[in-house]
Design a protein around this ligand. Structure first.
Ligand code: ADP
Length: 459
């Protein structure tokens, strides 16, 4: 396994190496081909010059050659790598570089040959004959011998090698720079990734209360860090819910089970006669336990199916009326007045779940409003939201209990609630369903005056 740092640095270096090699290869090929054709052209011009210079050195009046000047031209040419021989029109030698300085000639020829071999160019010295003319009259001829097809001078070689040294320096420094860039980049990426991995490990070990800053400005890494933070928050919430649910269930089961236990024990021991009233009371406790189990199942469904809402456009006013119809019997028994007002309100909701929510709120209002009371439901539809409000003039909820009524198993004024038979789960379900719709539910209440619950569902 290789670290991110090594991999990134190596990738960077590889890219630079390939780029510099490609640039070097192409620039060398391009330069040498251009340069070589330039050199070949210059050489041809130089030979022409030598020949024309030599032609001028014949004096047609005296019919003689200016041998000193021929010598100067020949020596200049020799230094540049051209070995010149000059003959008069009958073929007698006027000047010969070889005869003049054999050693120098050989030295220059070896020098050029070796240099060209070193450069990897094949070729050899070859003689080229030129006729020397004056006023279109042949005055002699010259033999110019040079390394063909072309040769490079020392200055040309220096130029090519400095170009290659420069490319090498550029290559090496780019390699170093890319290595450093790779290291820096890798550090920037690797550090938050390693930190995230460490945090994920701690979360996996059950340490959920960790929130951390990524210390990075890279978008993807920030997303990763925030996802891990969300994960830990979600796991932490789940863990708390799980623990609380277990504690709540245990707490809620303890009382009816203890009551049942002592009652039945007393009857077995003969302390109590199993009268129909006592058996009925035991039966009621069992029924209460059964109802609690059913409520728990409802809550579980509401919470676990939060994301699976089957939303359809529904008129909330019509839905409310039909839910309230089911309470007609209880309303008559308790002599309660129920009034629904508002306009038809098209809302995109899960019809079954929202009718459960309305049912819960109406049922509570009926339960906690004494005989002859009044329940008012109003529905408002605005551009952005649908608002459902239910108000009663019942028992109300005290200020210190109000914040907890949406918690599971919470029942305000426990002794009074024994009679109402609630298990404290209804409002927890209401909250779950409304939250799943992206809405909010809030309560306002005053003891002995009444309560008002408002649900706001966004469009
Ligand atoms: P329960 O099954 O006990 O009604 P809920 O979750 O529906 O459970 O309600 C929680 C508590 O909130 C109730 O026990 C009750 O004390 C209080 N409550 C809810 N609705 C009303 C209301 N309309 N008037 C007075 N108290 C209410």
């Amino acid at each position: 396994m290789r670290s991110l740092r090594t991999q990134l640095s190596m990738a960077f270096m590889l890219v630079v190496l390939i780029t510099v090699s490609i640039i070097s290869f192409f620039s060398n090929t391009l330069i040498s081909s251009q340069f070589e054709s330039y050199v070949a052209k210059t050489q041809a011009q130089r030979t022409e010059h030598i020949v024309s210079d030599l032609s001028l050195l014949y004096n047609s009046f005296t019919r003689s050659w200016n041998k000193d000047a021929v010598h100067t031209v020949g020596m200049d040419a020799l230094e540049e790598g051209y070995i010149v021989k000059v003959y008069n029109h009958v073929g007698e030698s006027i000047w010969d570089a070889g005869n003049h300085d054999m050693a120098e000639c050989q030295h220059i020829m070896d020098d050029i040959t070796n240099r060209m071999r070193e450069y990897g160019r094949a070729g050899d010295f070859a003689s080229h004959e030129y006729t020397l003319t004056q006023n279109e009259q042949k005055v002699g001829f010259a033999s110019v011998s040079y390394f063909g097809p072309y040769f490079l001078t020392e200055g040309d070689f220096d130029f090519i090698s400095s170009l290659n040294i420069m490319l090498m320096i550029v290559g090496v420094s780019s390699l170093l720079l890319s290595f450093m860039a790779g290291l820096i980049l890798a550090r920037r990426i690797a550090r938050p990734v390693a930190k995230t991995a460490e945090i994920a490990g701690r979360i996996a070990a059950g340490n959920y209360d960790i929130q951390f800053e990524g210390g990075t400005r890279t978008k993807e890494l920030l997303d990763l860090v925030s996802s891990v933070n969300h994960l830990s928050a979600a796991l932490s919430k789940q863990e708390t819910l799980r623990k609380r649910l277990t504690a709540d269930v245990a707490h809620e089961l303890r009382t009816p089970l203890a009551t049942l236990g002592t009652h039945i024990e007393a009857m077995i021991d003969g302390v109590w006669d199993p009268t129909p009233e006592r058996l009925k009371s035991c039966h009621e406790e069992i029924m209460r336990l059964g109802k609690m189990v059913m409520d728990l199942e409802r809550l579980e469904r509401a919470e676990s199916d939060n994301l699976k809402l089957d939303k359809t456009p529904t008129d909330l006013l019509a839905l409310t009326r039909s839910v309230c119809d089911n309470f007609a019997g209880e309303l008559t028994t308790k002599n309660l007045r129920l009034n629904i007002d508002g306009t038809p309100a098209a809302a995109l909701i899960d019809k079954d779940r929202i009718s459960g929510v309305i049912g819960n709120l109406v049922s509570n209002a009926v339960k906690y409003t004494p005989e002859g009371g009044h329940i008012q439901i109003s529905i408002q539809d605005t551009e952005n939201e649908t608002v459902f409000a239910i108000e009663d003039n019942g028992t109300g909820i005290s200020e210190n209990e109000l914040p907890f009524i949406f918690e599971r198993f919470y029942r305000a004024d426990k002794s009074r609630n024994r009679n109402t038979g609630g298990s404290g789960i209804g409002l927890a379900i209401v909250k779950s369903v409304v939250s799943a719709h992206g809405g909010t539910v809030a309560a306002r209440s005053e003891p002995n005056k009444g309560s008002r619950f408002v649900i706001i569902l966004p469009k």
